[in-house]
Design a protein. Structure first.
Length: 104
């Protein structure tokens, strides 16, 4: 992980609409930065967006944070991450989770 990084120079400020991105610390705020960086990602922008994250964080850090985040990262992004890192596919949201039931 690179430690001396100003997130405001790498990612658009609208991703961090509720805070000052230049005050984010890549280590301390990793659980916020990683999902927010992929919040608006789609299949077309994924390669560029993930390259920015990979310049700061390891594949393991990215995958682990996304698997446990409460942020609203789209399931398609989770699938793209799983395919890229050759790990089992995972989803952030499913109807079973919303209903409080175990997935079938």
């Amino acid at each position: 992980m690179k430690r001396d990084v100003n997130i405001a120079t790498i990612f658009p400020s609208y991703l961090f609409w509720d805070m000052k991105p230049d005050r984010l610390d890549v280590e301390r705020d990793m659980n916020l930065i990683i999902p927010r960086a992929l919040y608006y990602t789609d299949r077309n922008s994924f390669k560029d967006d993930i390259a920015k994250l990979e310049s700061i964080y390891s594949n393991t850090e990215i995958a682990t944070v996304l698997q446990h985040t409460k942020e609203k990262v789209p399931n398609t992004v989770c699938e793209l991450i799983a395919d890229r890192y050759h790990i089992p596919r995972f989803k952030r949201f499913s109807l079973a989770k919303r209903l409080g039931k175990s997935a079938v």
